[in-house]
Design a protein around this ligand. Structure first.
Ligand SMILES: [Zn+2]
Length: 226
């Protein structure tokens, strides 16, 4: 157990589509006991609570717009305060931009705290394609298969109803690469920002989930000895 020396960890988790960020977050929660806080969860929670902020967020989301940086930061600050999470969190989906990261840093320093680590899971284009490509789904029942990791019993046909499997628009290689490029374009300035603060821990995401999780834990331990 390493709970003793990680009891006050403030972590941001970054990773491209296909890196298995959700799976890793769960594993880290189990290993370290640090609450996993995703932007989606925070928004839903604020909206459910109602109140001025919740009503404003709901209106923005309802109108189909992205929640601007200022409101996003307000949600995070309100949520972490409400849940007493300023000493222990694994943020997923926030910060997403440099202005958000700057605002978040000042929220932390206002409380005499700082971010301990930004865990960045690295995955090559080729690996993202290998993981997300090859996905096929059933147009009839929605079942999802994968050429390598979850093939149907009869090639190209749904196990449940025998319908011919198709590749969804989102799972076309072009679309996957487009999503990856959006992620890289959005995340690179954020990584540069955190590199300057020396808080980035890069982890090679090319392995099975258990191994990647062990690498993340090792990277967090190493970082503590700085
Ligand atoms: Zn089916």
């Amino acid at each position: 157990m390493m709970a003793g020396n990680t009891s006050g960890m403030r972590i941001v988790l970054l990773g491209p589509p296909g890196a298995g960020k959700g799976t890793q977050a769960k594993k880290l929660v189990d290993a370290l006991g640090i609450p996993h806080v995703s932007t989606g969860d925070m928004f839903r929670r604020m909206v459910a609570l109602g109140g001025d902020l919740g009503v404003r967020i709901q209106a923005i989301i309802g109108s189909g717009h992205l929640v601007p940086d200022a409101e996003t930061c307000e949600v995070v600050e309100t949520f972490l305060t409400r849940e007493s999470l300023w000493d222990r969190f694994m943020l997923d989906g926030f910060p997403r931009t440099v202005p958000q990261a700057e605002t978040f840093d000042s929220m932390l320093s206002k409380r005499g705290k700082r971010l301990d680590a930004v865990v960045a899971i690295d995955l090559s284009e080729q690996n993202v394609l290998a993981r997300l490509g090859g996905r096929k789904s059933c147009p009839k029942c929605g079942s999802v298969y994968h050429d390598v990791s979850l093939p149907p019993k009869m090639a190209g046909l749904c196990d449940r109803d025998g319908a011919r499997l198709t590749v969804r628009e989102d799972d076309q290689p072009e679309k996957i690469l487009e999503r990856l490029r959006v992620y890289v374009r959005q995340t690179q300035p954020l990584l540069d920002y955190y590199e300057r603060a020396g808080s980035v821990r890069r982890v090679d995401g090319t392995a099975d989930a258990g191994e990647v999780s062990a690498r993340i834990l090792a990277a967090l331990r190493d970082g503590q000895n700085d």
